[in-house]
Write a protein that binds this ligand. Sequence first.
Ligand code: ADP
Ligand code: MG
Length: 596
Amino acid sequence: MFDLLKLTFREKKLVALSFLATIFVAFFSYVFVDMVQPIIDEMFGLGAQTAPAKFRFMDVIFRWLSVGREDIRNVLPLIVVVVIFGKGLFSFLSSFFMKVVGNKIVKSMRDDLYGRILYQSTSYFDRVTTGDLMARLTNDVDKIQQAVSSAMSDMIEESFILAALLVQMFVRDWQLALMSFVITPLAVVPLAAFSRQLKKKGLQSQVRMGQIYDLLHETIGGNKIVKAFTMEQFELKKFLKATAGYFRINLKLAWISSLSSPFMEFIGGAVGAFILFIGTKRIAAGLISPGDFGAYIMAIFWMFMPIKRLSRANNVIQQAAGCYGRIQEVLQSPSQVQDSDGAYALPEVKGHVRFEDVGFSYDKDRPVLFDVDFEVQPNKMVAIVGLSGAGKTTIINLLSRFYEPTSGRITIDGIDIRDVTLASLRSQIGLVTQDIILFNDSVRNNIAYGLEQMPEDRIVAAARAAECHGFITELPEGYAAMIGERGSLLSSGQRQRLAIARALLKDPPILILDEATSALDSESERLIQTALANIMKNRTTFVIAHRLSTIRNADMILVVDKGRITESGTHEALMKKEGIYRMLHDLQFPEVEETA
Ligand code: ADP
Ligand code: MG
């Protein structure tokens, strides 16, 4: 709540303007109620003689406009119009200024959030879910916009109006006002009970909706699996159960919310009858004029609206405070991998990579890598092999500094990669991973991702080298064809070849292929094998592959087992060793062994 205020007051000028306008709104509201008295007493001529002398703002206005008693009938309708217009005008200004504030705050908040998320390190994305982040960027930010744009201005405006009405009541008849306040708790206590129930049930309903949302998400995303296992009935039952729960909560909610309004009206009516009863007695006794009583009644009934709006605004602001907390959580979580102080740009490297006793764990209690120590000369091809889960991907993750080693260090051309900027390091590493990330953009822009103003012929050359050119030209729009969300309009082999073309175009001194050819059938793999061999020539390349045929002629093969490098050397050397490599090899090529 306090944070929201601080946030709002960042836009000092606009808030001040809105505040000023609000004061005028309250002023016109006051005058509006004030007009009831002369309308009844003078225009209808009900109490002109009986009206006891007291301070009335209308009298000030009449005197100021030098309107005589006999002219009041003619001037009052005019004043009514002016007052209503004035109230409307300032109401518009105050609301508009606050909406501008809300939109400004929300824009900068959303931009900050997105920037923060983009620059988070990889480990952050291991912990959070996309849905959760999306909810924060959309739903939570919207809630704050609502709170600032409308709830805050309601809060200010309605409390001013409420104050004006209270003053009005006491000016009219302070004794009657005091009496009314003694009986107000009669109305307030049940109102509080109702709103508490509404809130509780509302929250439960939201939780249920969340469950429904989760189910939808799972089954729509995984519709193929649902079909394949013919689980439609099962999923439908789960869904029906969830909607039934939601329905039950909403029935209770409907009961409470439908009841609350008539109930409150009844109590309000009872209070009104009581006031009417006392009021007429006081008029008869000549203590107040009918006009003053009319103004009093007007004020007391008008008060219901600001009270209602205030409680609604309060709800919105409470919710927004929660959302604000969730947003701050994102904004304040530091990025774990950052440029160190005094980081400099890594100069163009030759590609001499060294791991020195590197150890690593994703979470503290379970180390994943132990004493990884190796050296790669520039322009060599290194293969990393091992069973799945051995730690191959982890090793190359550390090279791009997606994660930071827990011990040891990594150097490129003798420079510790922690001393250089992340951007300069990553710009010299090309990465093709097993899960291929394509963006919903044209084929051309996907190949030239991050490389603006790339000449067309170089893009085509990269596509040719990665054996993409053929299928791209068969697409209806060729290189301009959109490829759908995550490349859904392409086959997995095509996607993989596009990703390879992308890495080729970047032309980095260090290239990493992490199971980059695993989604290719043997035929397409054979096709791009020559292309791969060509591009590996002038750069240091790390290749992780399950198919050992792919890496047979690597300059060095590192065998990783349970986070340790257990063997290293060329294919021939490792075959002689009769270790894990030999075992993996024999599993894949049993017939070769027989003839050997
Ligand atoms: P490989 O690429 O050899 O199949 P990985 O390097 O991906 O293996 O994984 C090595 C180990 O680290 C595995 O036990 C895996 O469960 C664990 N691991 C991988 N990624 C993460 C992560 N983001 N958070 C926690 N543990 C992980
Ligand atoms: Mg892997």
